[in-house]
Design a protein around this ligand. Sequence first.
Ligand code: PLP
Length: 365
Amino acid sequence: MVKFLDLVGQYNEIKDEIDVAIARVIGSAAYIGGPDLTAFEEEFADFQQAQHCVGVANGTDALEIAIEALDLPSGSEILVPANSFVASSEAVTRSGHRVLFCEADAVSYTIDLDDAAHRVTEKTKAMIVVHLYGHPADMAAVMTFARKHGLKVIEDCAQAHGAEFDGRRIGAIGDIGAFSFYPGKNLGAYGDGGAILTDDEQLARKSRMIANHGRIDKYDHQFEGRNSRLDGLQAAILRAKLPHLDTWIDRRNAVAQRYFDALGDLDWLILPTIADNVRHAFHLFVVRTDHRDALQAFLKENGVSSGIHYPIALPDLGAYDYLRGPDTPILATKLAPTLLSLPMGEHLTESDTDKVIAAVRSFQP
Ligand SMILES: *Cc1c(COP(=O)(O)O)cnc(C)c1O
């Protein structure tokens, strides 16, 4: 079977470095906080070209804390693209605000700003931009849009570690960015983990306080925060992996190139696109076809695993019954039954990609 994800293979590739990192943390019992966390925060900020990094417990918390740090009036509206993982919108509601779903763009799969422009009201105070599948949103257009409408920009970078827009890494181009280190992400921990990036010192300080019970000293709490930590073991593991990430992303791009070269002529299959001025992180390689379910079953019979991201558009989830109306976005709903994620990752060999390509090509739509 060509694997969709191979975390054991990845561990074996860098086993010595990971084992040393884990032993270092256990040997010093630096489980909460500690030198590896501090070092990882610096190294990850550097890697993403941001001024500040705050490690937190997971990517969903990163989004929630980032939104909370912005201190928007409660009940503010926040724009969210309709095709994403539920955390992107969940974080808005959990932090006391209201989701305004927007259409996703059918080419980049990121937020459709023309559609978003029609949805902005007086109460709209921020937007969440998701660099979906690892392709950066058009951050030049996003920042112009946000300035025009007076909106804060939160980047959901859970799928886009290492991606670049116009030569700059994503994450701190907007006001604040949220990352996930869920094991299957391009940079994954051995459990849950997340981080917040920003160039704004005040936002970094506020985020760090929210994630740490609102404290400024051990028992001095300025407000009620919460407990959301990136633990020492995860930080050490992430530090061991970070130096490999650029190479892994290059390998992902090489896999994508092989798919582009070999599948581009199939008229029943729509391949992803890459904008000129970006580095795609290729967390996922998502194709579209009207024969999605048949293709997925055929691939499985031929030893190729695949995924669907996401089978139900956010506005169609039961959780959002209360938001549905005549203006509810429709494109993500139409696209959902056509999306299929082919195997993608640094684990794929040329013979793996050949096998995927041969299977797709022999499918009779
Ligand atoms: C994975 C993911 C998240 C949430 O991250 P967790 O670490 O699982 O909480 C948020 N947004 C997107 C787009 C994701 O893919």
